[in-house]
Design a protein around this ligand. Structure first.
Ligand SMILES: [Fe+2]
Ligand SMILES: [Fe+2]
Length: 320
């Protein structure tokens, strides 16, 4: 990679606080939901630069939908950051009719993993890299566990009822039409297989080295409680991961998908939602925590007691 001077001003003209200082040894930075299919977001991606040649970047999914876009974006980031770690979002797993790659489900995921390997970008299929810079050592574990509709809509008792309720209200994730589970019978089955495999790997990890867990979805349901449409939560994770931040020694959890950038604490563990989101969202709320989130070294103490209370809040909509 070629180190570049930090660009302190994003395309919106705001100063990105994460680029103000670059401690020696570098920083562990994170971002998600770049959605570069939108030209204004492409400009944001092009503005992202490390503060030093030792910075790592964790990318928690939803870079884009088209294979060509995903490759362009990850190549650009890998050219700038010494290490780039990617966990897939639902958008990368879509099979849009316009994409040159028409693979579906597991085959598309494997294709993206191979694409990353060609770029030198780390994926959930690689050994967990160890950050030994400031705040370390920690092992960075990119996860791919999808969702299984267990974050059911309020007042419903079964997955079928929950999905039916969403169809009644019209708040239905585009995954239903574009994210194919092949060869699994449904997305829930794919999720359960990924959870089992991921649990096996996390259990085999040396607990003496804390983990930074990077997943597109929050590992616990609580962050979805502020969604504007609560029935959208069924596309936002799984109850099967609810205790992972406690079962496995966890320094921090990085996630996106909700497009509600904030820091919250659950059971004393820091959860960082690192989304950029859609232009209509960031035009309204700005980038309250900067474009790139500093995960380590941890830059500040929590503003509230580390027991589930949010330091900032936001609202969500139905398209993630
Ligand atoms: Fe997403
Ligand atoms: Fe997203």
């Amino acid at each position: 990679m070629s180190p570049t001077p930090p660009d302190q001003t994003g395309p919106t003209g705001r100063t990105d606080p994460t680029t103000r200082s670059a401690p020696s040894g570098g920083r562990l930075l994170a971002v998600s939901d770049l959605h570069i299919g939108m030209s204004e977001n492409r400009a944001i991606l092009e503005s992202l630069r490390p503060g030093s040649d030792e910075d790592w970047l964790l990318v928690a999914g939803d870079v884009g939908e088209m294979t060509e876009d995903i490759e362009w974006a990850l190549r650009l980031l890998k050219d700038r950051f010494s290490t780039v770690v990617w966990a897939p979002g639902n958008h990368e797993l879509w099979t849009p009719r316009e994409d040159r790659v028409q693979l579906r489900g597991v085959a598309r995921y494997r294709h993206l993993v191979e694409l990353c390997r060609g770029l030198g970008v780390l994926t959930p299929e690689d050994p967990y890299p160890v950050w030994t810079g400031p705040g370390g050592p920690v092992a960075v574990a990119p996860l791919f566990v999808l969702y299984d509709y267990s974050f059911r809509a309020p007042g419903t008792d079964t997955v079928a009822q929950s999905l039916a309720y969403a169809h009644e209200t019209g708040v239905v994730c585009s995954d239903e039409y574009l994210l194919h589970p092949d060869p699994y019978p449904d997305r829930g089955a794919w999720c359960r297989a990924r959870v089992a495999e991921t649990e096996r790997r996390l259990a085999a990890h040396d607990p003496a080295v804390p983990l930074v867990l990077v997943n597109h979805y929050p590992l616990v349901r609580e962050p979805t409680r502020v969604l504007h449409y609560p029935e959208f939560a069924q596309w936002c994770g799984t109850e099967l991961t609810a205790d992972w931040h406690q079962r496995f020694t966890t320094a921090a959890v990085v996630y996106g998908h909700l497009h509600i950038p904030r820091t919250t604490w659950y059971d004393g563990v820091r959860f960082e939602e690192v989304s950029i989101g859609y232009p209509r969202e960031w035009r309204r709320r700005g980038h309250p925590k900067g474009l790139l989130r500093q995960i380590l070294p941890y830059p500040a103490q929590p503003a509230t007691a580390p027991n589930g209370a949010a330091t900032t809040a936001g609202q969500g909509t139905s398209t993630r």
